[in-house]
Design a binder for this molecule. Structure first.
Ligand code: NAP
Length: 471
């Protein structure tokens, strides 16, 4: 109990997981306030004894003065509240989030519960909206959130909307319900203790999104800048329904990642001219209720290049010969950005026809992959995923194509130094890691959202720490 309650304000004793609990002894030694629960099988518990015995344990917990006792809706009338023990009357739906949560909530509150607990399964990210609406509108202390990966945001945001408490696992692998975060994720990643009614919401829209590094980077940046905001991963299947539904929450800004960067364009109120030409948005800014779309992917690549080339700032790329390896989404954003800076771009792609097609749209050149060793350039940028963890021994560019004194940049940020960058460094090139690109696109988002300078160094440290931990 001592280990489990580290970092928690109170602890749930799930006695359905204990063969013959010595309740008196457990309560005597509790290191923090407790909720005593003997969860019934029909509500996701493991209790296998008689119902009479189950209720006797719960009544005993009340008589021994446990701070909270949790009982299922169907058994609420069987217990006799007394002393200072608060009765939590709960209902869990492991299948869905019902259309009208208020009906269930009404039933729960009719039992005379001190605290009502309503937990449902989110099948879609928009299911959370009904839970938030319920929390906002009730005057009864309510524990309310959604389960599952799509419901994870509600385990954090429940506090903003007035939820009584949230549950967290002591460590990964010991979750009591689907989608449960750990105590350290809640505290260290989402800064749960500082979330309040006024906390602003940001997040990344993607699918999948669970492994996105953006929440770690942006939450650390908000914390450092003293901004009352939380940044969450939104696992979104239907981006149209999501953007329309979540307007009700006044989300202040989104990052957008695969596969929604192009489709989201039609859901927004205004798109920047270059983002429109690129045809993709990775950043959404909420300005007085209007959703503005921008693309910082290309800024992420151009900013570190312009820093390294120095000289005349935004004009440092003008006239530079740039070889762009790849013709996917990242290449597209960078190619339009480079063209705007009047760089001389040549696209080299595995599927040559795709390279030619992008070059026609941008108004630049395209060459087949075989000609890479014959091309003269000042800057070479890899925008393919070649060399990315775990295929760290691969490189998209043969050594013979590396030119002393040129700048070589990689979109791949895991590992921070790819084989391409190592060989380029050894060949006397100046190199820029995908880490810089990633941080600069995130920093540009932060600046568009807040109008403040991003804590660049801290964001880099957080990213490198996460990458180090992941491999
Ligand atoms: P994408 O749209 O799927 O494009 C992938 C590109 O890589 C295509 O041009 C593809 O060529 C090429 N490619 C894939 N496998 C290849 C191989 N084995 N050999 C040669 N070419 C290959 O992906 P994307 O969104 O552009 O992203 C590409 C990479 O950039 C990813 O690793 C992504 O994580 C990274 N990225 C990093 C940042 C950052 O902030 N550092 C930002 C954006 C993207 P074909 O046309 O022949 O299929």
């Amino acid at each position: 109990m001592k280990t489990a309650c580290a970092g928690a304000d109170l602890m749930e004793l799930r006695l359905d997981g204990v063969a013959s609990p010595d309740l008196r002894r457990l309560l005597e030694h509790r290191p923090c306030p407790v909720i005593v629960t003997v969860r019934h099988g029909s509500q996701g518990g493991r209790y296998s004894g008689s119902e009479a015995n189950r209720l006797a344990v719960l009544q005993n917990a009340i008589d021994l003065g446990a701070e909270y006792v949790d009982v299922e809706l169907f058994a609420a009338g069987e217990l006799e509240p007394r002393g200072n023990t608060k009765l939590i009357v709960s209902h869990h739906d492991f299948e869905k989030t019902p259309a009208d949560l208020r009906v269930l909530h009404q039933e729960l509150r009719k039992t005379g519960a001190h605290i009502v607990k309503l937990v449902t399964m989110a099948r879609d990210i928009c299911d959370n909206l009904r839970m938030f609406e319920l929390l906002r509108s009730t005057d009864v202390p309510t524990i309310g959130f959604c389960m599952g990966e799509e419901g994870q945001i509600s385990r954090v945001l429940t506090k903003k909307f007035g939820g009584y408490l949230t549950y967290a696992a002591p460590e990964r692998g010991r979750e009591a319900a689907p989608g449960q975060l750990t105590v350290s994720e809640l505290r260290e990643l989402y800064h749960y203790e500082s979330i309040g009614t006024d906390t602003e919401i940001y997040g990344v829209i993607g699918n999948p999104v669970a492994h996105s590094l953006s929440p770690a980077i942006h939450n650390a940046a908000f914390q450092e800048a003293g901004i009352d905001a939380v940044y969450l991963p939104f696992k979104v299947a239907d981006v149209g329904a999501f953007v329309r539904g979540f307007r009700a929450l006044d989300v202040r800004g989104y990052s957008v990642t695969i596969p929604h960067k192009s489709r989201i364009v039609q859901e927004l109120d205004e798109i920047g001219p270059l983002s429109r030409r690129i045809g993709a948005v990775n950043t959404v800014i909420n300005r007085d209720g209007k959703l503005l779309g921008r693309n910082t992917d290309y800024m992420g690549a151009l900013r570190p290049l312009e820093r390294l080339l120095g000289g005349n700032g935004a004009h440092s790329l003008e006239g530079k010969r740039v070889v762009l390896c790849g013709a996917g989404g990242a290449a597209r954003a960078v190619a339009f950005g480079l063209a705007e800076r009047n760089a001389k771009v040549v696209i080299v792609n595995r599927t040559h026809e795709k390279g030619v097609k992008l070059a026609e749209e941008v108004g630049c050149g395209a060459q087949p992959r075989e000609s890479l060793c014959d091309l003269a350039y000042d800057v070479l940028i890899n925008t393919t995923s070649v060399g990315m963890h775990p295929n760290v021994d691969e490189t998209p560019v043969p050594k013979e194509a590396l030119r002393r004194g040129a700048v070589v940049m990689d979109a791949v940020y895991n590992p921070p130094e790819t084989r391409l960058l190592r060989e380029a460094r050894e060949a006397g090139c100046r190199t820029i890691s995908g880490v810089e690109w990633f941080i600069d696109q995130a920093a540009a988002q932060f600046e568009l959202w807040t109008g403040m300078k991003a804590p660049h160094e801290l964001m880099t440290d957080v990213l490198l720490m996460r990458l180090g931990a992941g491999n």
